[in-house]
Design a protein around this ligand. Structure first.
Ligand SMILES: *[C@@H]1O[C@H](CO)[C@@H](O)[C@H](O)[C@H]1NC(C)=O
Ligand SMILES: *[C@@H]1O[C@H](CO)[C@@H](O)[C@H](O)[C@H]1NC(C)=O
Ligand SMILES: *[C@@H]1O[C@H](CO)[C@@H](O)[C@H](O)[C@H]1NC(C)=O
Ligand SMILES: *[C@@H]1O[C@H](CO)[C@@H](O)[C@H](O)[C@H]1NC(C)=O
Ligand SMILES: *[C@@H]1O[C@H](CO)[C@@H](O)[C@H](O)[C@H]1NC(C)=O
Ligand SMILES: *[C@@H]1O[C@H](CO)[C@@H](O)[C@H](O)[C@H]1NC(C)=O
Ligand SMILES: *[C@@H]1O[C@H](CO)[C@@H](O)[C@H](O)[C@H]1NC(C)=O
Ligand SMILES: *[C@@H]1O[C@H](CO)[C@@H](O)[C@H](O)[C@H]1NC(C)=O
Ligand SMILES: *[C@@H]1O[C@H](CO)[C@@H](O)[C@H](O)[C@H]1NC(C)=O
Ligand SMILES: *[C@@H]1O[C@H](CO)[C@@H](O)[C@H](O)[C@H]1NC(C)=O
Length: 451
């Protein structure tokens, strides 16, 4: 009896795949639920001895921010509060003692982009009216503003005529690199805060970041749409030796930001910019024979690293936002989302649980790849097939209830802009000592953990 049962289970497991009718809310929410169960297999925060808000190695802190942002959408759209406490506790646990998502534990890994992804998560909480913290604590809006304010105060006009550096802290490698994603996070946060609060100061920031990105040619016009590059070292030539890798998350965030700005201002300049980003997306990230998105730089060669395997996740969320906010592109973008989601669902038939998702959505079934990145990418593309059936992101006037604080974060250490310090030999020695101290503490902690 028992063996028959096991055989049956095995058979069921093998034939099982995520069953999806795109755009059908029940079907989408069932699929989302199954995929999230797969995501939770990687979550440390509910395990004995685990840290609330973190996923297991090798998944970095930033990716947790990406995931919780997506799960807030599932919570809101599927009206399913199963994971509400997990999301809530994670957002609170990782906000840091200064309420700005620069927690002390992450100071050896956190860059502006990492902080930005947690910023996008609390912005999602703001716009989706996620369960508010008690009124004597910072609301989601205030936390979003704290991320924005601290990032903006690190704007570094001293090199390359502006822009954010990749890293926040001097002791992390990449401090001399100015990348698109950090600046795209600030741009999109500014755009969303402008729309949510109706405060024009955020528009000025968005304009400033956009102008810098195009002046420096990280975002460069071509007749095939914008080319959006990775970034450049400050070096001796002011960021002009550009690393020309093109990643979907940069395109996604800039598409989303221009969509918010166009919707909010109805200024055709933003629409034009939006259109050229979208054209760039069509010419770079869409498989022309299947109409399905893929990660252009690494997917075909099978070289996507842990981080890159999750980029289609935020990219998919941004496509959904664009479909909602730019009416004239709605049907075009929805057809891209729907085709990609159908492919993603077919890819989610792997592993011993039968709902492990693969990386290649044009493959027609599971391609043997698995990981947290594959899982959350599938979640986001699939749930965004219902994005037009749910409320548009709220603003303070249309259903949002989050409390803000325009000055949040400005009184914290993380804005003191150590970045601006010209590194004399003495400071270099200081930074070395600091690195050593951090290392000693880190090694000490590891030893302690292993003992
Ligand atoms: C809500 O999500 C949980 C976990 O993902 C799932 O088990 C449950 O069936 C979902 N509830 C509904 C009503 O879909
Ligand atoms: C910081 O790290 C320590 C040691 O690993 C852990 O106990 C603590 O929960 C972490 N705190 C946060 C907010 O991640
Ligand atoms: C949001 O709206 C409330 C009234 O509902 C108002 O009191 C508050 O000042 C507004 N906040 C912002 C940031 O505009
Ligand atoms: C940007 O486009 C201009 C005009 O086509 C070209 O001369 C320049 O080399 C491009 N810059 C980069 C970084 O590709
Ligand atoms: C880099 O930019 C700075 C500030 O704008 C300027 O003073 C310097 O001459 C520039 N260097 C080069 C090599 O272009
Ligand atoms: C696009 O999909 C087709 C059909 O699966 C495949 O043959 C082709 O290699 C794919 N191209 C890319 C760039 O993924
Ligand atoms: C702006 O977004 C709303 C949804 O909130 C949508 O109904 C409207 O058509 C959009 N405006 C434009 C100009 O696309
Ligand atoms: C996806 O799978 C198809 C079908 O096997 C293959 O032809 C294609 O090269 C793969 N594309 C990517 C981007 O992985
Ligand atoms: C947002 O949440 C508040 C507080 O829970 C609630 O009163 C309000 O009705 C919610 N708004 C929407 C549009 O659901
Ligand atoms: C608008 O935002 C700016 C920048 O955070 C802030 O200084 C200003 O006080 C805000 N204005 C209002 C009316 O809230």
């Amino acid at each position: 009896m028992k063996s028959i049962y096991i055989i049956l289970i095995t058979i069921i497991t093998y034939v099982h795949a995520i069953d999806l009718t795109v755009g059908d809310k029940t079907s989408v929410c069932d699929a989302a639920t199954e995929i999230i169960n797969g995501i939770m297999d990687y979550y440390e925060g509910i395990r004995y001895g685990g840290t609330v808000g973190l996923f297991q190695a090798p998944y970095y802190w930033w990716e947790a921010g990406e995931i919780f942002g997506g799960m807030i959408d599932t919570w809101a759209w599927c009206e399913n509060d199963t994971y509400e406490d997990i999301i809530y506790n994670a957002l609170i646990a990782q906000k840091g003692s200064s309420n700005n998502y620069v927690p002390a534990n992450q100071s050896t890994t956190e860059g502006n982009d990492d902080q930005g992804f947690w910023g996008l998560a609390v912005m999602e909480a703001t716009e989706r009216n996620f369960t508010n913290p008690p009124s004597d604590e910072y609301g989601w809006l205030a936390l979003s503003q704290a991320v924005y304010n601290t990032m903006l105060s690190r704007w570094d006009a001293g090199d390359c005529n502006g822009g954010l550096r990749w890293q926040i802290f001097q002791w992390n490698s990449g401090y001399d690199y100015k990348n698109t994603i950090s600046n795209a996070c600030l741009f999109t946060m500014a755009a969303r805060l402008a729309r949510y609060t109706n405060n024009d100061t955020y528009l000025d920031t968005a304009e400033m970041v956009w102008n810098w990105l195009t002046d420096i040619e990280y975002v460069n016009y071509t007749s095939n749409g914008y080319y959006i590059y990775d970034g450049a070292n400050i070096g001796t030539n002011n960021c002009s030796s550009i690393v020309t890798n093109r990643w979907s998350y940069n395109y996604g965030l800039l598409l989303s930001g221009t969509a918010y700005l166009y919707n909010h201002t109805e200024d055709d300049t933003w629409l034009e910019r939006f259109e050229n980003i979208y054209l760039g997306i069509e010419n770079t990230f869409v498989n022309s024979s299947t109409g399905i998105i893929y990660e252009h730089m690494c997917q075909e060669s099978g070289t996507c690293n842990t981080d890159q395997r999750s980029f289609k996740s935020i990219f998919s969320r941004c496509l959904g936002q664009a479909a909602v906010l730019v009416n004239s592109y709605q049907s075009k973008i929805m057809s891209l989302i729907d085709k990609s989601a159908e492919g993603a669902a077919l890819s989610c038939s792997g592993g011993s649980d039968g709902h492990t998702c693969g990386i290649n959505w044009s493959y027609g079934s599971w391609d043997g790849w698995y990981g947290l990145g594959e899982q959350i990418s599938a979640l986001e593309i699939i749930q965004n097939t219902i994005v037009l059936q749910v409320d548009a992101p709220y603003t303070n006037d249309t259903g949002g209830s989050s409390t803000g604080n325009v000055n949040a974060g400005l009184d914290t250490y993380e804005t003191s802009n150590d970045n601006e310090i010209t590194v004399s030999n003495k400071d270099k020695a200081g930074a070395g000592v600091l690195t050593a101290i951090v290392l000693i503490i880190f090694v000490g902690l590891c030893t302690w953990v292993f003992l």
